[in-house]
Design a protein around this ligand. Structure first.
Ligand code: HEC
Length: 215
């Protein structure tokens, strides 16, 4: 009887041992010595490797993009200031010194106008001044049109489209102007301007450097 029992236990233990070895063998050969078993997971379906950009017809003409090599850089508020101090000319050239100390010249239409009419200029996501201060006096904030030279000179709080309003340019004295006050002193324009926008506004590309000795 005892012998039979021993035999039974022996067979049982051997059976369990073989089972464990077999399962381990299968597991290790499939998954290696890890419990995460990456090899058991389905292959990642990746996007295909991007190929060359599709060719367009007609081919873009890169020669049209003239690159100005002698462009100047100046903070937006200082650019407006230089223009105001020069008597806010509509088409005449005015001069300024840029952040690299170069003598530069600029015009209203090329350089100052975009500062009032371009969005995303004062900070990412900013509206342009002219989107709120537009020519339609019925809806324009502060009844002021900052979309054109004529509108800027006509000032704010105008009673009708052809009325002259409050001068925002300080009569040419930049630091006493309303524009300087809202942009640089109180820093609340463009409306919604976050506090981390520097007082003098973002640095923009404007004007061109005057060649040494050309004047
Ligand atoms: C989101 C709309 C909005 C944008 C963008 C905006 N403004 Fe204004 N602005 C206003 C409103 C509204 C007022 C009136 C605020 C008040 O009276 O308290 C105002 C007032 C002003 C005033 C004062 C006018 C006065 O007579 O008191 C000036 C100057 C001005 N803005 C200039 C600018 C300039 C320059 C920009 C662009 C850099 C600009 N604004 C962008 C809405 C805007």
């Amino acid at each position: 009887m005892d012998d039979f029992r021993k035999l039974m236990y022996g067979v049982l233990v051997a059976f369990v041992a073989v089972l464990v070895v077999w399962v381990s063998f299968v597991y290790i050969s499939a998954c290696g010595f890890t419990f995460t078993c990456r090899r058991g997971q389905p292959a990642v379906v990746a996007t295909s490797i991007p190929t060359l950009a599709a060719a367009t017809l007609p081919a873009p003409d890169f020669s049209v993009q003239t690159i100005k090599l002698n462009q100047c850089r100046i903070a937006a508020v200082n650019l407006i200031g230089a223009w105001v101090s020069a008597g806010y000319p509509e088409s005449d050239v005015f001069t300024f010194t840029d952040i690299d100390g170069q003598n530069c010249e600029a015009t209203f239409s090329e350089d100052v106008h975009p500062v009032f009419t371009e969005s995303n200029l004062w900070y990412p996501g900013s509206l342009s001044c002219s989107s709120c201060h537009n020519p339609d006096m019925a809806v324009s904030s502060s009844q002021m049109d900052l979309s054109s030279h004529e509108g800027i000179l006509a000032g704010s709080r105008r009673t009708s489209p052809d009325a002259q309003g409050t001068d925002i340019l300080g009569g040419g004295d930049w630091e006493s102007s309303l524009l300087y006050d809202v942009l640089y002193v109180r820093k609340f324009m463009p409306l919604g301007r976050p506090p981390d926008v520097p007082a003098e506004g973002p640095v923009v590309f404007a004007g061109t450097a005057i060649e040494e000795g050309s004047q």
